[in-house]
Design a binder for this molecule. Structure first.
Ligand SMILES: Nc1ncnc2c1ncn2[C@@H]1O[C@H](COP(=O)(O)OP(=O)(O)OP(=O)(O)O)[C@@H](O)[C@H]1O
Ligand SMILES: [Mg+2]
Length: 454
């Protein structure tokens, strides 16, 4: 039976919480002061601690100070008055999992209780992921065993246990979406949905309804009720990709939803409770985005509770070979082939600068796979030289060769990928060279992605 320690000076509320929590199949202990809490913690390590911040003999935060690796095996949920949201954010940074605002919403509490798995299970899963890093060089969906990536894995493991919002930053193509997936796969939410919304790819007119849904007849064209991402990701994880592209008025709404955990469908009156972990991603510098008015400062503050900065590929060159071999292995399986890189090819791959990061590497491997006629992929099959100079003009020799008999659709595909590589994965620049809108380019890439999955 999981065990809960309730630290709350108000005896009535402590008792009420204890009754409720027992009803959910937990054993409970109660402490009314910091001193009592320390005693109880020494007696038995709880699976869950409900911690009021304002206690007669000090602040609940002091318990974190006691032990820097605070409550390694316990979930800590802060109980806080609305006025002290700042303190709770601090507590989240120190390792608290979540917070409850007084007066306590029982449904929210029940949600939290239902997520508390015996902590040993989470520990085991993390250990499993970590074992894979040393065995084969992969942490969930992320490949790489460089020191700098292991630091990222450490952060992912730490935040996955919690339900706090995460901000993932890093250049285009570094793997921000894969980091979000890793967080999801390691978390208690892994059996629920992982949904990704590209805020830059939805028209400003539609984005609110895509996020929060709408009621039938709430606007012209709203023929039936529609569930938004927040509803569909219930219990799971929602990736808000390119968060700086979200219209500012919607950023205000999003902030309110994050704070109150409630939202309404457009045209609706019912308040719906959310239970979603938000991961936001951007390839811009968030502070610069605030300075240029693309990102609201208060929203950044809220999302920035936990930040993961994914390093560019050229800061982890030792991972290039592993990544390239992994992408090649995927292709070999898909195409039932047995191709491999020659030492010279590996050397060339490792020496390259990869301005388009892992995405560019993946594309280069794909192209080399096609170019190599037998099983040896040699340095000559790699063609990234012209593409490593994205500032150069378009007619400096980067080219696509197509045979007669190629369909227009296939030619378009080749041209798009070559242009993207040429631009180091920068989609806006590629779209400009191709003479299409970023949205069109994005849609094409989505189609290719779907084809690949099929
Ligand atoms: N560590 C990794 N292991 C395996 N595959 C990776 C890794 N990092 C990135 N990839 C692959 O590289 C490609 C780009 O990754 P992803 O889409 O996550 O980049 P991103 O940082 O979100 O880029 P953008 O800012 O352009 O959206 C994907 O195909 C992804 O699967
Ligand atoms: Mg992305």
């Amino acid at each position: 039976m999981p065990h809960t320690l309730i630290v709350e000076d108000d005896r009535d509320s402590a008792e009420m919480l204890a009754e409720l929590i027992k009803g959910e199949g937990f054993s409970t202990a109660t402490a009314h002061t910091l001193a009592e809490a320390r005693q109880q913690l020494a007696l038995r390590e709880p699976d869950l601690v409900l911690l009021d911040l304002a206690l007669p003999d000090g602040s609940g935060m002091d318990l974190f100070a006691d032990r820097p690796e605070a409550f390694a095996g316990s979930e800590v949920v802060m109980i806080t008055g609305h006025a002290s949201l700042d303190t709770s954010i601090q507590a989240l940074r120190l390792g608290a999992t979540d917070y409850l605002v007084k007066p306590i919403n029982f449904r929210h509490l029940k949600n939290i209780l239902s997520r508390v798995t015996p902590t040993g299970e989470m520990q085991k899963r993390i250990a499993n992921f970590e074992k894979n890093v040393s065995d084969v060089g992969r942490f969930g969906p992320l490949w790489g065993r460089s020191k700098i990536m292991q630091e990222i894995y450490h952060q992912v493991a730490r935040v996955a246990r919690t339900s706090v919002s995460v901000l993932v930053t890093g250049q285009s193509g570094t793997g921000k979406e894969v980091v979000a997936q890793a967080i999801h796969e390691l978390s208690r939410r892994r059996d629920r949905a992982f949904l990704a919304v590209n805020c830059g790819a939805i028209s400003p007119q539609l984005i609110e309804s895509e996020m929060f849904g709408h009621e039938k007849g709430s606007f012209t064209g709203a023929a039936r009720q529609h569930q938004g991402y927040f509803e569909r990701a219930k219990g799971g994880t929602l990736l808000l990709d390119e968060i700086t592209e979200m219209p500012l008025d919607l950023q205000v709404k999003l902030l309110r939803v994050l704070e109150t955990r409630m939202f309404q469908r457009i045209g609706g009156t019912e308040s719906i409770e959310t239970d979603v972990r938000i991961v936001a991603a951007t390839n811009r510098d968030p502070l610069e985005a605030v300075a240029t008015g693309k990102l609201r400062e208060d929203l950044l503050y809220r999302l920035n509770v936990f930040r993961i900065d994914v390093p560019p590929l050229n800061e982890r060159r030792e991972d290039v070979e592993l990544l390239a071999n992994n992408f090649l292995a995927e292709l070999n399986v898909q195409e039932n082939a047995a191709k491999h890189f020659t030492p010279a090819a590996i050397q060339a791959l490792t020496a390259h600068g990869w301005p388009g990061n892992v995405r560019q590497l993946r594309n280069a491997v794909q192209r080399a796979f096609i170019m190599a006629e037998d099983n040896d992929i040699d340095a000559g099959h790699l063609s990234f030289d012209a593409m490593s100079m994205p500032q150069a003009s378009a007619n400096d020799g980067a080219s696509v060769t197509v045979r007669v008999g190629t369909s227009i659709a296939e030619m378009e595909r080749k041209l798009i990928f070559a242009t993207l590589d040429y631009c180091g994965g920068r989609r806006e620049q590629a779209a400009e060279l191709l003479g299409v809108s970023p949205k069109t380019l994005y849609n094409r890439l989505r189609e290719y992605e779907r084809d690949r999955e099929r």
